[in-house]
Design a protein around this ligand. Structure first.
Ligand SMILES: NC(=O)c1ccc[n+]([C@@H]2O[C@H](COP(=O)([O-])OP(=O)(O)OC[C@H]3O[C@@H](n4cnc5c(N)ncnc54)[C@H](O)[C@@H]3O)[C@@H](O)[C@H]2O)c1
Length: 248
Protein backbone atom coordinates (compact mmCIF):
# COMPACT_ATOMS: atom_id res chain seq x y z
CA UNK A 1 0.00 0.00 0.00
CA UNK A 2 1.58 3.28 -1.13
CA UNK A 3 0.81 6.24 1.08
CA UNK A 4 -0.27 9.52 -0.44
CA UNK A 5 0.35 13.18 0.36
CA UNK A 6 -1.34 16.38 -0.81
CA UNK A 7 0.95 19.43 -0.93
CA UNK A 8 -0.42 22.91 -1.65
CA UNK A 9 1.87 25.51 -3.18
CA UNK A 10 3.98 22.59 -4.40
CA UNK A 11 5.34 24.19 -7.58
CA UNK A 12 8.11 26.28 -6.01
CA UNK A 13 10.10 27.05 -2.90
CA UNK A 14 9.31 25.32 0.38
CA UNK A 15 6.36 23.37 -1.06
CA UNK A 16 8.48 21.93 -3.87
CA UNK A 17 11.21 20.85 -1.42
CA UNK A 18 8.61 19.24 0.87
CA UNK A 19 6.97 17.42 -2.04
CA UNK A 20 10.36 16.04 -3.12
CA UNK A 21 11.21 14.98 0.45
CA UNK A 22 7.88 13.15 0.82
CA UNK A 23 8.44 11.49 -2.57
CA UNK A 24 11.86 10.34 -1.32
CA UNK A 25 10.01 8.82 1.67
CA UNK A 26 7.85 6.84 -0.80
CA UNK A 27 4.64 8.89 -0.86
CA UNK A 28 2.64 9.45 -4.04
CA UNK A 29 2.18 13.22 -4.29
CA UNK A 30 -0.82 15.34 -5.30
CA UNK A 31 0.32 18.88 -6.12
CA UNK A 32 -1.86 21.99 -5.94
CA UNK A 33 -0.67 25.36 -7.22
CA UNK A 34 -1.58 28.36 -9.35
CA UNK A 35 1.56 28.04 -11.49
CA UNK A 36 1.00 25.26 -14.03
CA UNK A 37 4.40 25.30 -15.75
CA UNK A 38 6.46 25.17 -12.56
CA UNK A 39 4.10 22.58 -11.06
CA UNK A 40 4.54 20.32 -14.10
CA UNK A 41 8.33 20.59 -13.75
CA UNK A 42 8.13 19.65 -10.05
CA UNK A 43 5.81 16.74 -10.88
CA UNK A 44 8.37 15.43 -13.39
CA UNK A 45 11.12 15.62 -10.76
CA UNK A 46 8.89 13.73 -8.31
CA UNK A 47 8.02 11.00 -10.82
CA UNK A 48 11.73 10.55 -11.53
CA UNK A 49 11.92 9.26 -7.94
CA UNK A 50 9.56 6.39 -8.86
CA UNK A 51 6.29 7.58 -7.28
CA UNK A 52 3.04 8.81 -8.85
CA UNK A 53 1.73 12.37 -9.06
CA UNK A 54 -1.54 14.18 -9.64
CA UNK A 55 -1.52 17.91 -10.43
CA UNK A 56 -4.29 20.43 -9.83
CA UNK A 57 -4.20 24.04 -10.90
CA UNK A 58 -6.23 25.66 -8.13
CA UNK A 59 -6.44 28.71 -5.91
CA UNK A 60 -6.26 27.42 -2.34
CA UNK A 61 -8.68 30.09 -1.15
CA UNK A 62 -11.48 28.33 -3.11
CA UNK A 63 -13.44 26.06 -0.72
CA UNK A 64 -15.38 24.14 -3.38
CA UNK A 65 -12.21 23.53 -5.40
CA UNK A 66 -10.45 22.13 -2.31
CA UNK A 67 -13.24 19.57 -1.94
CA UNK A 68 -13.11 18.74 -5.67
CA UNK A 69 -9.33 18.21 -5.45
CA UNK A 70 -9.61 15.85 -2.46
CA UNK A 71 -12.53 14.00 -4.10
CA UNK A 72 -10.39 13.44 -7.20
CA UNK A 73 -7.45 12.17 -5.15
CA UNK A 74 -9.71 9.67 -3.36
CA UNK A 75 -11.34 8.59 -6.63
CA UNK A 76 -7.88 7.88 -8.06
CA UNK A 77 -5.77 6.69 -5.11
CA UNK A 78 -8.43 5.69 -2.51
CA UNK A 79 -6.51 7.22 0.38
CA UNK A 80 -4.97 10.43 1.71
CA UNK A 81 -2.35 10.07 4.44
CA UNK A 82 -0.69 13.49 4.65
CA UNK A 83 -1.99 16.99 4.02
CA UNK A 84 0.61 19.76 3.85
CA UNK A 85 -0.97 23.22 3.80
CA UNK A 86 1.95 25.22 2.42
CA UNK A 87 0.60 27.73 -0.12
CA UNK A 88 0.71 31.30 1.12
CA UNK A 89 1.55 34.83 0.06
CA UNK A 90 2.68 38.02 1.81
CA UNK A 91 0.53 41.10 2.34
CA UNK A 92 2.89 43.93 3.21
CA UNK A 93 0.65 46.95 3.78
CA UNK A 94 0.31 49.28 6.76
CA UNK A 95 -3.07 49.41 8.53
CA UNK A 96 -3.75 52.92 7.24
CA UNK A 97 -3.28 51.82 3.60
CA UNK A 98 -4.68 48.29 3.39
CA UNK A 99 -8.17 47.88 1.93
CA UNK A 100 -10.81 45.54 3.27
CA UNK A 101 -10.46 43.40 0.14
CA UNK A 102 -6.67 43.13 0.60
CA UNK A 103 -7.06 42.08 4.24
CA UNK A 104 -9.72 39.52 3.30
CA UNK A 105 -7.46 38.14 0.56
CA UNK A 106 -4.52 37.75 2.97
CA UNK A 107 -6.73 35.79 5.38
CA UNK A 108 -8.21 33.70 2.56
CA UNK A 109 -4.91 32.69 0.99
CA UNK A 110 -2.95 32.15 4.20
CA UNK A 111 -5.54 30.91 6.73
CA UNK A 112 -8.88 29.96 5.16
CA UNK A 113 -6.93 27.88 2.64
CA UNK A 114 -5.87 25.62 5.54
CA UNK A 115 -9.48 25.33 6.72
CA UNK A 116 -10.59 24.52 3.15
CA UNK A 117 -8.21 21.59 2.71
CA UNK A 118 -8.55 20.28 6.29
CA UNK A 119 -12.36 20.41 5.94
CA UNK A 120 -12.08 18.26 2.82
CA UNK A 121 -9.37 15.89 4.09
CA UNK A 122 -10.41 15.31 7.73
CA UNK A 123 -13.40 13.00 7.03
CA UNK A 124 -11.19 10.86 4.78
CA UNK A 125 -8.41 10.62 7.37
CA UNK A 126 -10.82 9.89 10.22
CA UNK A 127 -12.26 7.02 8.18
CA UNK A 128 -8.87 5.38 7.53
CA UNK A 129 -7.46 2.74 9.91
CA UNK A 130 -4.11 4.52 9.79
CA UNK A 131 -5.59 8.00 10.33
CA UNK A 132 -3.62 10.88 8.88
CA UNK A 133 -1.14 13.70 9.38
CA UNK A 134 -1.97 17.36 8.85
CA UNK A 135 0.87 19.89 8.73
CA UNK A 136 0.42 23.60 8.02
CA UNK A 137 3.14 26.13 7.26
CA UNK A 138 2.72 29.13 9.54
CA UNK A 139 5.58 31.62 10.02
CA UNK A 140 7.85 33.11 12.66
CA UNK A 141 5.73 36.21 11.97
CA UNK A 142 2.87 34.53 13.85
CA UNK A 143 4.96 34.80 17.01
CA UNK A 144 6.90 38.02 16.35
CA UNK A 145 4.46 40.15 14.34
CA UNK A 146 7.07 40.52 11.59
CA UNK A 147 10.82 40.73 12.01
CA UNK A 148 12.46 41.03 8.61
CA UNK A 149 11.18 44.32 7.33
CA UNK A 150 10.02 47.77 8.26
CA UNK A 151 6.88 47.09 6.23
CA UNK A 152 3.81 46.17 8.24
CA UNK A 153 2.90 42.49 8.13
CA UNK A 154 -0.20 42.62 10.31
CA UNK A 155 -2.55 40.84 7.89
CA UNK A 156 -0.04 38.07 7.12
CA UNK A 157 0.94 37.77 10.80
CA UNK A 158 -2.72 37.54 11.84
CA UNK A 159 -3.39 34.82 9.29
CA UNK A 160 -0.27 32.86 10.26
CA UNK A 161 -1.16 33.19 13.98
CA UNK A 162 -4.63 31.91 13.09
CA UNK A 163 -3.01 28.73 11.76
CA UNK A 164 -1.59 28.07 15.23
CA UNK A 165 -5.05 28.31 16.83
CA UNK A 166 -6.52 26.10 14.11
CA UNK A 167 -3.72 23.59 14.72
CA UNK A 168 -4.13 23.35 18.49
CA UNK A 169 -7.92 23.17 18.35
CA UNK A 170 -8.09 20.61 15.54
CA UNK A 171 -5.42 18.45 17.20
CA UNK A 172 -7.95 17.97 20.02
CA UNK A 173 -10.89 17.52 17.66
CA UNK A 174 -9.22 15.06 15.25
CA UNK A 175 -7.11 13.03 17.71
CA UNK A 176 -6.20 10.31 18.38
CA UNK A 177 -5.99 9.03 14.80
CA UNK A 178 -5.10 12.29 13.05
CA UNK A 179 -2.19 14.47 14.16
CA UNK A 180 -2.22 18.20 13.44
CA UNK A 181 0.95 20.30 13.62
CA UNK A 182 2.34 23.58 12.30
CA UNK A 183 5.79 24.79 11.30
CA UNK A 184 7.00 28.37 11.79
CA UNK A 185 9.87 29.00 9.37
CA UNK A 186 12.18 31.98 9.81
CA UNK A 187 13.87 33.48 6.75
CA UNK A 188 13.99 30.82 4.05
CA UNK A 189 15.69 31.73 0.77
CA UNK A 190 12.88 31.36 -1.81
CA UNK A 191 11.28 33.55 -4.50
CA UNK A 192 8.95 34.96 -1.84
CA UNK A 193 11.84 36.78 -0.15
CA UNK A 194 14.21 37.28 -3.10
CA UNK A 195 13.97 41.10 -3.11
CA UNK A 196 14.31 41.42 0.64
CA UNK A 197 17.23 39.00 0.82
CA UNK A 198 19.03 40.59 -2.12
CA UNK A 199 19.14 43.96 -0.41
CA UNK A 200 19.90 42.81 3.16
CA UNK A 201 21.44 39.34 3.12
CA UNK A 202 24.52 40.17 5.20
CA UNK A 203 22.47 42.06 7.79
CA UNK A 204 19.84 39.30 8.03
CA UNK A 205 22.42 36.52 8.30
CA UNK A 206 24.27 38.36 11.07
CA UNK A 207 21.16 38.08 13.25
CA UNK A 208 20.80 34.30 12.88
CA UNK A 209 22.66 32.08 15.35
CA UNK A 210 23.23 29.37 12.72
CA UNK A 211 25.05 31.95 10.57
CA UNK A 212 23.04 31.45 7.37
CA UNK A 213 19.58 31.92 5.88
CA UNK A 214 17.26 28.92 5.86
CA UNK A 215 16.89 26.62 2.87
CA UNK A 216 13.61 25.01 1.76
CA UNK A 217 15.18 21.66 2.68
CA UNK A 218 15.46 22.79 6.32
CA UNK A 219 11.65 22.91 6.44
CA UNK A 220 11.21 19.80 4.28
CA UNK A 221 13.17 17.61 6.70
CA UNK A 222 10.79 18.54 9.55
CA UNK A 223 7.75 17.90 7.33
CA UNK A 224 9.11 14.46 6.44
CA UNK A 225 9.72 13.73 10.13
CA UNK A 226 6.15 14.70 11.09
CA UNK A 227 4.68 12.71 8.20
CA UNK A 228 6.09 9.41 9.44
CA UNK A 229 3.81 7.24 11.56
CA UNK A 230 6.28 6.70 14.41
CA UNK A 231 5.99 10.34 15.49
CA UNK A 232 2.21 10.30 16.06
CA UNK A 233 2.51 11.24 19.75
CA UNK A 234 3.47 14.81 18.73
CA UNK A 235 0.35 16.78 17.90
CA UNK A 236 -1.06 20.27 18.46
CA UNK A 237 2.45 21.76 18.29
CA UNK A 238 4.28 24.38 16.27
CA UNK A 239 7.93 23.90 15.38
CA UNK A 240 10.13 26.97 14.87
CA UNK A 241 12.68 26.44 12.08
CA UNK A 242 14.63 29.70 11.99
CA UNK A 243 18.27 28.97 12.91
CA UNK A 244 17.50 31.01 16.07
CA UNK A 245 16.78 34.36 14.45
CA UNK A 246 17.52 36.58 17.42
CA UNK A 247 18.05 40.06 15.97
CA UNK A 248 16.59 40.82 12.56
N1 LIG B 1 10.24 32.00 2.53
C1 LIG B 1 10.15 32.33 3.81
O1 LIG B 1 11.07 32.94 4.38
C2 LIG B 1 8.95 31.93 4.61
C3 LIG B 1 9.00 32.15 6.00
C4 LIG B 1 7.92 31.79 6.77
C5 LIG B 1 6.81 31.21 6.19
N2 LIG B 1 6.79 31.02 4.84
C6 LIG B 1 5.58 30.38 4.28
O2 LIG B 1 5.96 29.22 3.59
C7 LIG B 1 5.04 28.97 2.54
C8 LIG B 1 5.79 28.80 1.22
O3 LIG B 1 6.52 29.99 0.97
P1 LIG B 1 7.70 30.06 -0.09
O4 LIG B 1 8.74 30.93 0.51
O5 LIG B 1 8.06 28.71 -0.58
O6 LIG B 1 6.95 30.90 -1.23
P2 LIG B 1 7.04 30.80 -2.84
O7 LIG B 1 6.40 32.06 -3.32
O8 LIG B 1 8.42 30.45 -3.27
O9 LIG B 1 6.09 29.56 -3.14
C9 LIG B 1 4.72 29.62 -2.81
C10 LIG B 1 3.96 28.71 -3.74
O10 LIG B 1 2.56 28.80 -3.41
C11 LIG B 1 1.83 29.08 -4.59
N3 LIG B 1 0.65 29.87 -4.26
C12 LIG B 1 0.62 31.14 -3.79
N4 LIG B 1 -0.65 31.55 -3.64
C13 LIG B 1 -1.43 30.50 -4.01
C14 LIG B 1 -2.83 30.31 -4.09
N5 LIG B 1 -3.69 31.28 -3.74
N6 LIG B 1 -3.30 29.11 -4.52
C15 LIG B 1 -2.44 28.13 -4.90
N7 LIG B 1 -1.10 28.26 -4.85
C16 LIG B 1 -0.61 29.44 -4.42
C17 LIG B 1 2.78 29.84 -5.49
O11 LIG B 1 2.40 29.77 -6.85
C18 LIG B 1 4.12 29.15 -5.22
O12 LIG B 1 4.32 28.02 -6.03
C19 LIG B 1 4.08 30.15 2.54
O13 LIG B 1 2.91 29.81 3.27
C20 LIG B 1 4.85 31.23 3.28
O14 LIG B 1 4.00 32.17 3.88
C21 LIG B 1 7.84 31.36 4.04
Amino acid sequence: MTKTALVTGAACGIGRACALALADAGFDIALVDLREVEMAATARDIEARGVRTLTFQADVSDFARAHAVVDQIIATWRRLDVLLNNAGAPSPKPIIEISEAEFDRAISVNLKSCFNYIHAAAPIMLGQDTGGRIISISSINALSGGVTSAVSKHAYAAAKAGILGLTRSLAKELGPNVSVNAICPGIIATDLLRDLIGQREAELTAGIAMGRLGKPEDVASIVRYLAVEAHMFMTGQHFVVDGFQWSC
